[in-house]
Design a protein around this ligand. Sequence first.
Ligand code: HEM
Length: 475
Amino acid sequence: MSNESTINKPTGLPPGPRMPRAVQSAIWYRNAQWLMDQSQARFGDMFTLKIANEGTWVITSDPDTIKQVFTGDPRLLHAGEANRILLPVLGPDSVLLLDDAPHLRQRKLMLPAFHGQRMQRYGALMADVAAQEIERWPLGEPYPLRPRMQAMTLEIVLRAVFGVSEGPRMEELRRELRGMMDTVTDPFKGIAMLVLGADRITRIPAFRRELERINGPIYAEIAERRTATDLAERDDIMSLLLQAQHEDGSPMSDSELRDELLTLLVAGHETTANALSWAVERLCRHPERMERLTEEVRAGEDAYLQATIQETLRLRPVISIVLRKLQEPMELGGRLLPAGASIVPSIHLVHRRADIYPEPDEFRPERFLESEGGKDWGPTRPYTWIPFGGGIRRCLGAAFAQFEMEVVLRELLLRRTLAPTRPESERNYRRAITETPRHDAEVVIGRSATSTPTRCPVAHTVVPQPQVEAEAVPV
Ligand code: HEM
């Protein structure tokens, strides 16, 4: 790698906190965003953290460096390897865990199911699930919304993935998935998993039994669906994947399907539930914005709703970082970094840059409205709004998640009023790798006085997604 362009570049890791690895790790698991804020204030846009047995992380919040990472050669920047801790649950064929050509192969098979245009088809089921769930929420008493948002998003993704959600098999799967999510998001069990590492977790008998209970219904559903004669007419993701073919014409194997279906179920519900909870938490602390949004939603408008979602994901990203492990020494951000380190774009830090987002700590959806001058940043200025990561690893469910958030918030605001149970903002609480509101977005719910709860007009637009074509990347 020593060519002319790297000769005068500083080599090695940038500076970072001098605390021992164990102390840095403990602070990270308790409050990752705080540790990043403090380190950036002291060391600037690029600094080094040392986290448990995750290796060495070079965190960056510079959009140009983030661009280098997201557009860099994926053979040298491994994301799958960096996600290895998820292997025991998701399995070796999970798109989240693969790198290089195998990753692109799986991703290509899955992309059509998440194309923006297809999202419209999921609109009716999303609205149905949301309406039923919201109607069950109690009125006039403190009620933490996050667990209910999680039940709602699990239901939505189950139906989108399998096309069904009733019956004993789905009931079993729902129950076991909830149990598994409770295990992996429990802060103490989560730390234990990280300390043990993927290989040792896989050998724990209790863990294997738990996994078997999830695998049983998934494999049974795959076997039954393989014999279905109406696959081509079905809209669900599983049916699409069953018809998908590798380049040599072979179909996906049962274990490939199992790993991808479980990946979608796991990656696709807690994240969105947290993002919805944050949207409610922020709106409740800004009644004037809640009012504007409610009025626009009643008028059938989309723009402020989409801006609210973008601003929520900017200010309260549910995932704070993404990781890429360097396979060779690489020049990034003007510094030659060693092989084996991970380069880590900080979603949290880049979203709080005052040079990109004036008054970055303010919740101001207007900043994303083109009509109010907001077109020079965010999704339209690349690498400054990255709640879904980027490049060929960008979240496959980004359009699905944003569309789902729109549908759910619309149903909620048409039917109910929401007031916070405490005036102060809820702080961050870290559940394994996602950030949630400390008090689970606790609110007091009222019945909306002026609206008749009408079904949302599902003809709204899907937020345009950056074009990331797997084919465009050389592997
Ligand atoms: C607000 C909700 C969500 C957020 C904030 C989110 C965020 C992310 C992030 C940060 C990544 C890593 C990207 C990178 O490494 O550059 C990711 C990957 C992924 N997400 Fe999401 N996600 C959300 C919802 C969903 C949903 C609903 C699904 C599916 C139904 C999904 C499926 C995936 C998959 C399959 C990947 C792996 C992509 C790959 O490695 O090629 N996510 N997501």
